[in-house]
Design a protein around this ligand. Structure first.
Ligand SMILES: Nc1ncnc2c1ncn2[C@@H]1O[C@H](COP(=O)(O)OP(=O)(O)OP(=O)(O)O)[C@@H](O)[C@H]1O
Ligand SMILES: Cc1ncc(CO)c(N)n1
Length: 256
């Protein structure tokens, strides 16, 4: 079995530590991996109020990625907020050029729950190329509807699932809150229901889920078990305390 040590996150900085690179690295370390990070944006936010975002120059992002790959063997990358779909494609192309086997978990953040638009809807032609370069994408219920406004959810899922795996997060669902779904190999749908009856909701839960997923992919479980383990970890984290920011608890490889 391939030995993975490092996981890279390419995402924004949230000073509250609930979301973004700080949260990702805490999650990686709790799963026993060494976290590397490239910061795509400095954000001005706390856990309830997103005020602004200052983007990193894409040249700096690419150059930091190259420099990390010169030194570390990186096979799994999580991607969070990125300025535009065009910049995202540049990053994906760079990652594949540096490691043709790289597995990418993309959290396609379009809107912060606390209110801030990251992407406009203009460059949709790029989307198919983007999905094909990712191993799995992790939109929430709002994001999946924003990706292709002219399609309904089923049509959107079917379209994207023909190109990549989708972990659809259900934290914002009004019908079945906390019910997630995995779409893979075309359109096989797997329900991932909540494990706990009561969940203490927290800012940044989506970042924890996608980072845990990246770690579990490194552990080479099958995709359905990978997703179920990430959902379980996220709920443990959400229920770690009743405050808005959670506590990461170290888990051991045998628990994944
Ligand atoms: N009330 C809840 N009950 C069960 N699971 C939940 C609940 N809220 C969030 N989750 C879980 O947390 C994870 C993140 O889901 P969510 O849809 O909130 O993502 P997100 O919108 O990207 O996160 P954020 O709200 O931090 O931006 C999912 O696995 C989801 O099922
Ligand atoms: C930096 C950052 N990434 C992602 C999100 C979405 O939770 C956020 N609020 N902030």
């Amino acid at each position: 079995m391939k030995e993975y040590k490092y996981i890279l996150t390419i995402a924004g900085h949230d000073p509250s530590g609930g979301a973004g690179i700080t949260s990702d690295i805490k999650t990686f370390e709790a799963h026993g991996f060494y976290g590397l990070s490239v910061c795509t944006a400095i954000t001005i936010q706390n856990d309830i109020d997103f005020k602004d975002c200052i983007w990193t120059d894409p040249k700096v992002i690419l150059s930091q990625i190259e420099t990390l790959f010169e030194r570390f063997e990186i096979s799994i990358v999580k991607i969070g907020i990125i300025q535009s779909w065009a910049t995202l494609l540049l990053i994906l192309n760079k990652l594949h050029a540096l490691n043709s086997e790289v597995k990418i978990v993309l959290d396609p953040i379009i809107k912060a729950t606390a209110g801030f638009d990251f992407h406009s809807q203009e460059s949709q032609d790029l989307l198919d190329e983007i999905w094909e370069k990712c191993y799995i994408i992790t939109p929430n219920y709002n994001e999946i509807q924003l990706l292709y406004p002219h399609l309904d959810i089923e049509e959107t899922l079917e379209h994207i699932a023909s190109k990549t795996n989708i972990y659809l997060k259900g934290g914002h669902r009004t019908d079945k809150k906390g019910w997630d779904e995995l779409y893979h190999s075309g359109i096989v749908m797997v329900n991932i229901p909540p494990n706990a009856t009561k969940i203490s909701e927290k800012h940044g839960s989506g970042c924890v889920l996608s980072s845990s997923l990246a770690c579990n992919i490194a552990s080479e479980l099958d995709l359905e078990d990978t997703c179920k383990a990430a959902k379980y970890y996220t709920e443990q984290f959400l229920n770690s305390n009743e405050s808005l920011l959670g506590t990461h608890t170290k888990i051991h490889k045998e628990e994944i």
